[in-house]
Design a protein around this ligand. Structure first.
Ligand code: PEP
Ligand code: MN
Length: 348
């Protein structure tokens, strides 16, 4: 059930409603909007009625949430949620510049697929920043198809990422693979990435719901839109409200690309959810030459951010070199994206 408060409702009205909802056995999830506050009351609705909830002081309207995903639903908030990663309040430390997601400006989270070493990550962090990226990506824990492939540098990689953040001010987005690793990765990361292979790892989703670090949840490579939003719901119900989504391509019969970049899900998600929706044209295509065009397409169709692989020397990359841009190509692409963003009323 959604409780919509009157524009002139007070903080006390909201606080009292939260206490009363808990008393009934419903969990209040409060969203303070610019115009008005709403509370999503989650739990067994048989314990109450719309009439009872309407009688709470300051409440204007009570509506059922019809979507199977409640907290992710657009029924809860008609406008895109805006939140920051990094900055002074980041759980990982205060040495980065905050980046806002869900607003008019489209952030670029750029960097190599993996942290390969100290000098590699420091070099690329400076280079992507110089080119216009506002956050740094790179995996220290890598989910690899073969156990014989490079698995990432683990905590050593996280330490290099923290060093790169201190040197550049770029907040860090990095993948966490297991629930047990969440506290360790959250110690270093400004945003936890959950990869496509883990989109329905429910224990990992729950573990990421209990921390204060924002989460970038990638779409499972065979997940439907509804399964995807229900996965996000696992994180949201845990109390972590800062969740962003990211289309990264799905598995189809097609083989001229690594994945089929299903960009229609970007506007489709934006019809269904208030969570920011990003796009990852690197994994979405797997082919370097296709990445620039699909980055522009992502912006044109409404993506709230871009996750993109850039490597100092793509031919030598330990992972995903074939889809990684060189710094020069990335710098050129960001410039070209400015015109596309402007055409759809946004900025890069
Ligand atoms: C990555 O971002 O490098 C990655 C492993 O992504 P995905 O989970 O989309 O394959
Ligand atoms: Mn990768």
């Amino acid at each position: 059930m959604i409780l919509v408060f009157k524009a002139n409702a007070t903080k006390e009205d909201v606080a009292n409603a939260e206490v009363r909802l808990r008393g009934i056995g419903l969990e209040p999830h409060t969203l303070v909007g610019v115009e008005r506050t709403v509370i999503a009351a989650i739990g067994d609705e048989r314990k109450t009625s719309p009439e009872q909830l309407s009688s709470f002081s300051g409440v204007e309207n009570v509506l059922p949430i019809l979507a199977p995903y409640k907290l992710a639903s657009k029924e809860l908030s008609a406008t895109t949620s805006v939140f920051e990663i990094g900055g002074a309040l980041s759980p990982a430390g205060n040495d980065s510049t905050a980046v806002s997601f869900g607003g008019n400006k489209i952030p670029f989270i750029a960097g190599p697929c993996s942290v390969e070493g100290r000098s590699q990550i420091l070099e690329i962090a400076h280079a992507v920043k110089e080119a216009g990226a506002t956050a740094l990506r790179a995996g220290a824990f890598k989910p690899r198809t073969s156990p014989y492939q490079f698995q990432g540098l683990a905590e050593e990689g996280l330490q290099y990422l923290a060093e790169a953040r201190a040197a550049t001010g770029l907040p860090i987005v990095t993948e966490v693979l297991t629930p047990a690793d969440v506290p360790l990765v959250a110690k270093y990361a400004d945003c936890l990435q959950i990869g496509t292979r883990n989109m329905q790892n429910f224990l990992l989703l729950k573990a990421c719901g209990t921390v204060k670090t924002p989460v970038l949840l990638k779409r499972g490579m065979s997940a439907t839109l509804e399964e995807y939003l229900l996965a996000a719901e696992y994180i949201l119900t845990g109390g972590n409200k800062r969740v962003m989504l990211c289309e990264r391509g799905i598995r189809t019969f097609e083989s001229y690309v690594r994945n089929t970049f299903a960009l229609a899900i970007v506007p489709a998600l934006k019809e269904k959810t208030h969570l920011p929706v990003l796009a990852d044209p690197s994994h979405g295509t797997g082919v370097r030459s296709l990445v620039p065009a699909m980055t522009k397409a992502s912006i044109a169709c409404g993506a709230d951010g871009i996750l993109i692989e850039v490597h100092p020397n793509p031919e030598k990359a330990l992972t995903d070199g074939a889809q990684s841009l060189s710094v020069k190509d990335f710098a050129k692409l960001i410039k070209e994206c400015r015109a596309i963003a402007e055409a759809v009323g946004r900025t890069v």
